[in-house]
Design a protein around this ligand. Structure first.
Ligand SMILES: C[S@@+](CC[C@H](N)C(=O)[O-])C[C@H]1O[C@@H](n2cnc3c(N)ncnc32)[C@H](O)[C@@H]1O
Length: 277
């Protein structure tokens, strides 16, 4: 299921070519490709600058929960266009940053967009999150910002991260998670995604993880879980922004359904961090 070309990235990359000044490219084609973190989630309809700021706030929260600090070597897996790498380089000194992505087209754009600040180093590498092309114990921190659901196996990813982290190293993951009591609602949603081959978000790992499954996975892969924070409500304005941006009625309706699923807590947006045991 290692999909290289995700349909939503095909759309974003076409927009980069055909409409480089569009709202879609400003928000999702230039830095971050993830949901926003809104500290005031009652915001009815975020503007483009508010959406951009919220996406940056999400990246900053992820690097904060992973304990990113000056002098570290940091791996950002599924790095998109390198937005989180750019954000860390702008805020920290003497860092060595590596962005890994399975899609070479995204890496080409990341290399165009992202330059290190003096004293920092940045490298973008093509590869699969479940077969990390790095030696053992070579990173202080690994980040996986809103991408683990695309990987062929969360278990293999955790094992690989455990291998490449130095002792005491940290991993931060954001994921759409189902509470155990919500599984009767979320399993049919995943089956629908599996059947729909033209799904806009592409191949999604059908195994919906629960917070409990993450705790077990961490334990079995040699990690202690440090944090598990539910920020679902802080992400909800993202759906309103996306509904406004959708160019057809079907897209708008689907986004409103996703907003309701988030608001009712059927699928939760969680930020998690782990340290090697
Ligand atoms: C929602 S995007 C998030 C991008 C980036 N982390 C961000 O927050 O802007 C998901 C990313 O995961 C990447 N991806 C999907 N499967 C992957 C895999 N098996 N190995 C590495 N990257 C993968 C996609 O190419 C895409 O860049």
């Amino acid at each position: 299921m290692d999909s290289v070309n995700l349909p939503y990235f095909d759309r974003i990359l076409s927009a980069v070519q055909e409409a480089p000044d569009s709202e879609a490219v400003q928000v999702f084609g230039t830095r971050h490709v993830h949901w926003g973190y809104f500290s005031s989630p009652d915001l009815a309809d975020p503007s483009t600058p508010e959406m951009i700021a919220a996406a940056e706030a999400m990246s900053q929260r992820m690097s904060a929960i992973a304990g990113v600090a000056d002098g570290q070597r940091v791996l950002d897996v599924g790095c998109g266009f390198g937005g989180t790498i750019a954000s860390i380089s702008e805020r920290f000194n003497n860092v060595e940053l590596v962005g890994l992505n399975i899609d070479g087209r995204q890496l080409a754009r990341a290399r165009e967009l992202v330059r290190p600040r003096p004293g920092n180093k940045i490298e973008f590498v093509e590869g699969d999150a479940c077969r990390l092309p790095f030696p053992d114990a070579s990173f202080d921190v690994v980040l996986a910002v809103e991408c683990i659901f695309h990987f062929s196996s969360r278990r293999k990813f955790f094992q690989e991260v455990r291998r490449v982290l130095k002792p005491g190293g940290k991993l931060a993951v954001s994921d759409f998670v189902s509470l155990t009591r919500m599984l009767p609602f979320t399993i049919p949603l995943h089956l629908a995604n599996l059947v729909n081959k033209k799904h806009f978000y592409g191949a999604l790992n059908p195994l919906m993880f629960t917070p409990w499954a993450y705790r077990l996975l961490a334990q079995r892969s040699g990690f202690h879980q440090l944090l598990d924070e539910d920020v679902t409500q802080n992400t909800v304005p993202t759906y309103r922004f996306m509904a406004r941006m959708a160019d057809n009625e079907m897209g708008k309706s689907m986004t409103r359904v996703q907003e309701a699923i988030a608001k009712w807590g059927i699928i939760r947006y969680r930020l998690m961090s782990f340290v090697t045991a």
